[in-house]
Design a protein around this ligand. Structure first.
Ligand SMILES: [Zn+2]
Length: 194
C-alpha cells in the first residue's frame, strides 16, 4: 500500500490517498484538484475521520466526478455531513451539505472494511474532539483526524466536544501508536485552527 498526503487550503487539514492493487481510497476530502493526481486506478471511497467541514468540504466535487464511491462514517458523522450547522461550515464562506446522502455507509466502532485484496481498515471510535471522531487503522497506519495530532493539544472547545473523553481517546491512540505510524488530520505541531 502506498500512502500519499495532501495538505488542503482550508485550515491545513490533511487528506490521504491510499493505493494498492489498482484501487485507491481517500481519508477525508478537502481540495479535490490536489487529490486527483494522486488517485491510482479505481477510486472506491472515502473514509471520514470526522465531519468538521475542513475535512469534508471537497466531497460534493469528488462525488460529481466519482458518483459511485462509498462514504464511510458513523451515525454522528452522517448527521454532520447533512447539516451545515453541525459541520460548522455555516459559519464560514461556503456552507456545505452532502449532495448524495445515499452514498453514505454507516460504520460502527470495530467494523472492518476491505480496502484492497489483502488490506482492511478498522474503524476505531475515538470521540471527544467531536462525537463522530473515528481513527482508521489500516495495518500499522493510524489515520487519527483531529483526535490525535502529534505535538498539538486536542481541540475540545467546540459545542459538542468533550475534553475528558478526548483525553481517553488520545491515550488509547497513543497505545495503538506504539506499534504504528500516525497520519493526523493536520500537520504535526501546526499552529492552525482546527
Ligand atoms: Zn475537527
Amino acid at each position: 500500500m502506498v500512502i500519499r498526503q495532501v495538505v488542503n487550503t482550508v485550515f491545513n487539514s490533511c487528506s490521504y490517498v491510499l493505493s494498492g492493487g489498482g484501487v485507491s481510497w481517500i481519508v477525508d476530502c478537502g481540495d479535490v484538484d490536489l487529490l486527483l493526481p494522486l488517485i491510482e486506478g479505481q477510486l472506491r471511497g472515502v473514509m471520514i475521520t470526522h465531519s468538521h467541514f475542513d475535512h469534508i468540504y471537497g466531497l460534493n466535487n469528488l462525488l460529481a466526478l466519482f458518483p459511485g464511491i462509498r462514504v464511510l462514517t458513523n451515525e454522528a458523522g452522517r448527521e454532520g455531513l447533512l447539516c451545515d450547522k453541525l459541520n460548522f461550515s455555516r459559519y464560514h464562506e461556503t456552507p456545505f451539505v452532502l449532495d448524495a446522502p445515499e452514498n453514505i455507509e454507516i460504520i460502527a466502532d470495530g467494523d472492518n472494511v476491505n480496502l484492497f485484496e489483502d488490506v482492511s481498515a478498522q474503524a476505531v471510535y475515538t470521540p471527544g474532539h467531536s462525537p463522530c471522531s473515528v481513527t482508521w487503522q489500516v495495518g500499522n497506519a493510524l489515520f487519527t483526524g483531529d483526535s490525535y495530532i502529534p505535538g498539538v493539544k486536542t481541540v475540545t472547545n467546540f459545542p459538542n466536544s468533550d475534553k475528558r473523553v478526548a483525553q481517553l481517546s488520545r491515550e488509547y491512540i497513543l497505545q495503538l501508536a506504539q506499534q504504528g505510524q500516525v497520519y493526523p488530520g493536520h500537520p504535526a505541531q501546526s499552529e492552525v485552527e482546527l
